[in-house]
Every structure is written in structure tokens, then in C-alpha cells.
Design a protein around this ligand. Sequence first.
Ligand code: G4P
Length: 531
Amino acid sequence: MNNSTSLQDAVTQRRTFAIISHPDAGKTTLTEKLLLYSGMILTAGMVKGRKGRKSATSDWMAMEQERGISITSSAMQFAYKDTIINVLDTPGHEDFSEDTYRTLTAADCAIMVIDASKGVEKQTRKLFEVCRLRQIPVLTLINKMDMPGRDPLELMHEVENVLQIHSSALNWPIGAGKDFQGVVDRTTNECIFFTKTSVGGAQKAEISRFPRNSPEVKAKIGAEEYEKLTQELDLLEIAGNPYSQDDFLAGKVTPVFFASALTNFGIEPFFDAFIHLAPCPHMRLANKFDGTEIEIDPVKQPFSGYVFKLQANMDRRHRDSMAFIRICSGRFDRDLIVKHSRLGKEVRLSRPHGMVAGERTTLDVAYPGDIIGVINPSLFAIGDTISMTGGFNFKPLPQFQPEIFAKLYPKDVGKRKAFDKGVLQLIEEGAIQMLKAYQGQELIFAAVGQLQFEVMQYRLKDEYGVETVLTPLPYQCSAWVRGDMKTFSKPSNALIVEDRQGNPMVLFSSQWEKQYCANQNPKHELVDVMV
Ligand code: G4P
């Protein structure tokens, strides 16, 4: 994009989104296919040996290493047809951490990938809740239609029941499992058939299209399958939810697509629908210093953005950490001097990094929806707002219910001072949460993913020279408590603690115990996400 691109055009062109799913539903495969169909890579299916890889890297970093192309640990940008795509990395598996949640807040919409044989799984549910909380519209892709799976209608009902959102099928599968041949586009009433052109979907699948009631369709799928398809589509017409773009943007309905990311069947029509339906960067809410709410318009307001992720470099040779900033308004130019709300001073954003067309580059220009990475000489904390005008802060990032708890000590008591300093830094960066026994002094560290502890121990050793001993605690979930703690009745195995701001929390040994506690305390509210 050249420098003369108008801000309005740049905003209209952009789609900034994240893919949410449970591990193994096909997020990496879908990301690869997006690269394949955008022409970024010529062959897909190169990311092998993902499973069992134990490291602090995301699948994207594996792609980067194995394909020799440079992606990023946070976002990548490329062109797909007439749009500029910014796809945010939301690590799952053992890489799952609070960053995964926070990154989602930088997205304007999300693609929810569901495995057709498994339905809505745990991690998807948690990530979907963040979308709901932040009013991020969600498109649903029911993946792996080439495998024996569950009934499409049943899957749609599950989305509705478990996630409490209306679902509206915008396409419908023709056949399933080994007979999955294509999809019906319900908006055009066209049947789209696919033909494999390579093993494992390494190349684009060939497409042919026919009107649904054409003789070609009947000939291709046979009278019996045609009859079944007609009945299913008639049923959807009568009993299915209608699709409304306004309801989608308001988070009331999710458009549903069926596909197989591995074989590429249904994938290109899905991407085409996605760029059409997904919103471009839009208004974001912020608070002025006096507490009044204002709307930040991506085009009318000069440059503004906020830090959603800090990444310490795990490579000893580059000790700097990087702050990832989501641009919310205005055009960004290299070396821009901006106001840093929290510090109350001006900072120069020099050497901003971005991932454009697969290359880590120094960016000269960026627009709303884009992600820039700035080397962070301890200037930034998670949630910091920067802007040309100053005077406001974007809404704080939510804090998420931790699920893993531990005590941590320095191996050598003589290193206590360095340990305390390092721990404080990591907490301020948002790398880990710190809790305190209720009305006591004992410290407990808390995280949403195991990786957070691994990173913490690594960094304490690497950056502060402190070896640590970690003692896991037997709690599996938690909640903040709203209500009078004097009348709160705690299950015997649970522990009451306080977060850093002094808010009371309870740590539970099981989900069952949490539910029991909620039932026992009807006058109190148990809160999973602190906003
Ligand atoms: P994730 O990032 O969400 O964790 O999932 P990923 O894409 O890594 O996919 C998990 C497994 O599911 C992979 O197989 C992948 O090939 C397979 N898969 C993804 N999409 C589809 C699909 O549409 N149909 C079928 N049949 N399989 C699909 P794997 O054997 O674990 O890894 P690999 O050796 O194939 O890389």
C-alpha cells in the first residue's frame, strides 16, 4: 500500500480477526489455507510434527521455522483478494495463556472452528465468552466434514444451546464423510462442488458451480441424495434462524459454514463470505480522564492504539521485549511521537515492526486494525493507551479466571531481593497473576495456562539470575466474589484469597465444588472474568 492511500480506504479494506478453537479442531490448517488461497504460499501441509512439540513457541513459529517464511508470534498481514487481512495468533495447546485472551480483544471479529465430530469443546467455550464480553462478532466454521461426523443440524443446535447464540447456516454440506462433495450456497442457491487436485489439500481444490435445481446437480449426487438435500434445505427455510448482518455484528447470531480445511472443500467460498461479512475496524470505546465515555472513530480521530501483549524475547541474544499495539484510529507513521496516558509523557515510536506479506519489516505506515510491535524499553504495560491527542484510555483489558495455581520460592534464599524484583516486573507485565491469602500475607501465583509458569521460571533465571522451586497447588478453577464476604460460605476444600487490587477470590478444587458454592451462596455472584 502506498502512502497516498486514504485513511478511509485503508480502514474499509482491513479485516482484523482471530481464529478461536479447541486444540486439534483445525486452526493451524485453516490458517495455512488462508495463506494458500491468498497466494502467500504455493503448497500447504508443511507443518508437520506439531503434536508433542513442547516449547514456548506457537504453531506459527513452527511454520516460520519449517517453511523459511517469517510469520510472527502475534499477527501477520497479507492481501486476500481486495482486502488486507490481519490475522492474530491465539495460541492454544500448551501455549495457552492470558495472552491468548488478551489478543482476542485486539480482533474485530473471530472465526470459531469446530470439529464436526466433536462439537463445541471447552477451550472454544472459554474463548467464545471473551468474544461475547467484548461484543466481537463470531463466524462459525464446522470443519472436518470429510470425516465421519455428527449431524449438521445437531451441531448447530449445540452451538445455540452451549454458547447461547442463534446460528444461521449460510451454506449447507452436500454429503458427509467420504461422500462430502461440496456445499450449497444458501444466499445464491448454488451448489459448489470440489475436486481434489492433490494429496492432503496441498493445492487449491477445483471448483464447479451449478444452480441447485439444475440437472447437473441431480446427475452428480444421485436422486436419493438430492431428495435428502432438498428436505434438509426446506427444513432450514422453515425452522432455521434467518441471517441478519446487524444481528451478526451485535453478537446475536453466528453465520455457520461447513467445510474441510484439510481437503480445501468449502474453504474458498468460506473465505469469500468471510471478507464480505466481517467488519472493518470500527468505533472503540474509551474513557476520558474525568471518567466520561467517548467513542474513538478509526477515521476521524488521529492516531491511537493500545498495548494488548508484551513479549519478552526468549532468545538470550535479544533481551529486549516487544510491545504489540493494536491501532484503533488514525494513520501511524514511523517515528511518530505520541502521548503515553499512564506515564503522562511523550514517547517516540521508532523502529516499529510488522509482519507484512510474510516478512518481518520495519513499518513506515500502518492503519487502524493493524498490529505494530515496538521494542519496549520498559515503557509499556499491558493495556496502556497511546494517542496523538492524549486525554483518554481505552477500556481496560479484562482479567481472566486463573485455573492453575502454585507457590514459588527462590532456591537460594540469598537471592530473595532479585526474586522479588523479577516477580514484580512479571506481574506488572501481566505475565502472571499474584494472589494473597485473604487477610494474610502468603503469596500464590496464578495463571490460565501452564506455559505462563514455565515462562516465569525461565525469565527469573535468565533475566534475574534466580533459580526457583515451583510447588503446584491442588486448585483447578476460581472466581471473583461479589457480595458481603462476612456472609459468604466457603466449601471446606476451597481457599479464599485476594487479587492484587484487593478483590476477594475463591480457589476451588473442582468445577463441581465451584457450582456447589454458587448454589450455597445465592446472594453472592461468582465472576469468571473481571472487567
Ligand atoms: P489446531 O491448530 O486447531 O490444533 O489443529 P490443526 O490444524 O493442527 O489440525 C489438527 C489435526 O486435524 C491435524 O492432523 C490436521 O491435519 C487435521 N485436520 C485439520 N483439518 C482437517 C479436516 O478438514 N479434515 C481432516 N480429516 N483432518 C483435518 P494431525 O494428524 O494431528 O497432524 P498432521 O500430521 O496432519 O499435521
